[in-house]
Design a protein around this ligand. Structure first.
Ligand code: NAD
Length: 299
């Protein structure tokens, strides 16, 4: 049985690791958060006390971490994982980080003869649980081919975006667009409701019309308009406002680097910044941006 060392068992990494177990892999799991680790154990992963224990006998390393600093901290430097791995190890970082940070990991891996991919994902927690994530891979073709069966245990769509870091570029373009259509969807739904429409009826009309988009059809932000989404559950779980803000900052930094014009992304970033000004909102799912559009009581 192939052994995988899996780092980061949060909202996304937890179900991804569980799907690898279901596919027959032995998954040695490590997370700084004991609650996440205990949940992974319930899903059939082998809980590890530290990274050294997780790496024992593992030919594959997967990470799903919250930030570029966490990824660099895990892989780089004298104490980093890349110094401890065998040359034939396959390293797949699925976190969303800057293309520059991804390239640092690629370069350090290449220097030690280790194969690496940046492979951020889209689809949210529902797709992570269902094993239908979309992977956007950066790296060489041979490494993607070597990783394909493994990625198929967690996802249904595997794209080769280009060389090192290209997966991350695709991911921030996608999330810039996601933020724009989520805020636009929330705005349109609130307008309809303020004018007396039922959000379910309005959602159905727009889903069948030219306003249809993923936020509306699969992740409706208006409470009561859709079952089994964070809006139906007080905006708990899912993809946090803090993580969306991180991705929008990555997108704005990338745009500045290429002198690209991104006014829609900048506006979405402003809205999420305002919304995320309270620490409480930062932890809510990003569809809670709906609350920004609610009329104050009595208005
Ligand atoms: P999360 O905060 O739920 O989980 C991250 C986990 O990583 C936490 O359990 C944390 O304790 C752990 N961690 C942090 N540093 C660690 C380290 N050095 N070693 C081991 N564990 C460590 O975040 P998430 O929602 O699972 O997102 C993870 C990544 O996936 C982010 O980069 C995010 O942008 C991306 N992403 C999230 C979603 C989503 O819908 N949540 C969708 C697509 C992509």
């Amino acid at each position: 049985m192939q052994k995988i060392a899996f780092f980061g068992l949060g909202n996304m990494g937890g179900p991804m690791a569980a799907n690898l177990v279901k596919a027959g892999y032995q998954v040695a799991a490590f997370d700084l958060n004991p609650t996440a680790l205990a949940q992974a154990q319930r899903e059939g992963c082998l809980p590890c006390e530290n990274s050294e224990q997780a790496l024992e006998g593992a030919g594959i390393v997967i990470s799903m971490l919250p930030s570029g600093n966490a990824v660099k901290g895990l892989y780089l430097g004298e104490q980093g994982l890349l110094q401890q791995l065998q040359g034939d190890t396959l390293v797949i970082d699925c976190s969303t980080v800057s293309a520059e940070d991804a390239c640092l990991v690629h370069e350090a891996a290449r220097a030690r003869g280790i194969r690496a991919l940046d492979a951020p994902v889209s689809g949210g927690t529902a797709a992570a649980i269902a094993g239908t994530l979309c992977f956007m891979c950066g790296g060489d073709t041979a490494t993607i081919d070597a990783a394909r069966v493994l990625l198929q245990a967690m996802g249904s769509k595997i794209f080769h975006a280009g060389g090192a870091g290209a997966g991350q570029v695709a991911k921030i373009c996608n999330n810039l667009l996601l933020a724009v259509h989520m805020t636009g969807t929330a705005e349109a739904l609130q307008l309809g409701v303020d004018k007396g429409l039922d959000p379910r009826v309005l959602s159905e009309i727009m889903r069948e019309s030219s306003g249809n988009n993923w936020s509306l059809a699969h992740y409706n932000p208006f409470p009561g308009a859709m079952e089994n989404v964070p809006a139906a559950n007080g905006y708990c779980g899912g993809f946090s406002v803090a993580l969306m803000l991180k991705d929008l900052r990555l997108a704005m930094d990338a745009a500045a680097g290429s002198a690209s014009s991104t006014p829609m992304g900048a506006l979405a970033e402003n809205l999420y910044q305002l919304h995320g000004a309270s620490a409480e909102n930062q932890q809510l799912d990003f569809s809670s941006i709906q609350n920004m559009f609610r009329r104050p009581a009595g208005a």
